[in-house]
Design a protein around this ligand. Structure first.
Ligand SMILES: [Fe+2]
Ligand SMILES: [Fe+2]
Length: 160
C-alpha cells in the first residue's frame, strides 16, 4: 500500500483487498487446483493475521477511549478474530485432506466451498461492524497528528 491513508474510515479498502485475496483462493479451488488453492489460502491467512494483530495491538487500545459502543465491544472484535482464524485452520486441514484421485473429490471440494461461505459471512459482518463503528470512532477520538502516526504504524504492520 503506497498511498498513505488519510483517515481510519479509509482502512475499509484493506478489507476489500483481503476479500479479493480470499476469492483468488476460491478461484483456484473452482479450477480444482488444490496446490494453488492451498498456496493462496496461506498467503491470505498471513495477510489476515497481520491485519488482525495490527488492529489488536495498535487500534483497539485507542478505540477504548470512545467508551462502550453497543455491538462494537473490543471483546466482540477479538472474539471474531479468533473465530476467523479457527475457520482458516479447518480449511487448511480440509485442503490437505483433498485427494484429486478420490471418487468423491468434487464433493469434498464442494463441502469446503460451502464451509467457506459461512466464513465469508462471518468475515463480512465483522468488517461491516468495524467500518460502521470501529473506524469512525477512531477518527473521532484522535487528532490529526496521532491519526497520521497511528495510520503509518498500522500500514507498516500490515505490509508483507
Ligand atoms: Fe478486525
Ligand atoms: Fe479489520
Amino acid at each position: 500500500m503506497s498511498v498513505p491513508f488519510a483517515d481510519f474510515a479509509s482502512l475499509a479498502a484493506l478489507h476489500r483487498e483481503l476479500e479479493e485475496q480470499f476469492l483468488q483462493h476460491q478461484d483456484a479451488l473452482l479450477d480444482l487446483d488444490v496446490a494453488l488453492a492451498a498456496e493462496r489460502l496461506d498467503a491470505y491467512e498471513a495477510a489476515l493475521r497481520r491485519h488482525l494483530e495490527a488492529e489488536e495491538a495498535l487500534l483497539l487500545p485507542v478505540f477504548a477511549r470512545a467508551g462502550r459502543i453497543r455491538g462494537a465491544s473490543p471483546e466482540l472484535f477479538t472474539g471474531e478474530h479468533q473465530r476467523l482464524l479457527e475457520f482458516l485452520a479447518r480449511f487448511r486441514a480440509a485442503l490437505r485432506a483433498l485427494d484429486s484421485k478420490a471418487p468423491d473429490f468434487k464433493r469434498a471440494v464442494l463441502r469446503l466451498l460451502d464451509a467457506e461461505t459461512t466464513f465469508k459471512h462471518l468475515s463480512h459482518h465483522h468488517e461491516l461492524r468495524e467500518e460502521t463503528h470501529f473506524f469512525p470512532a477512531l477518527d473521532s477520538v484522535t487528532d490529526e497528528t496521532e491519526r497520521r502516526e497511528l495510520l503509518a504504524a498500522f500500514t507498516a504492520s500490515v505490509a508483507p
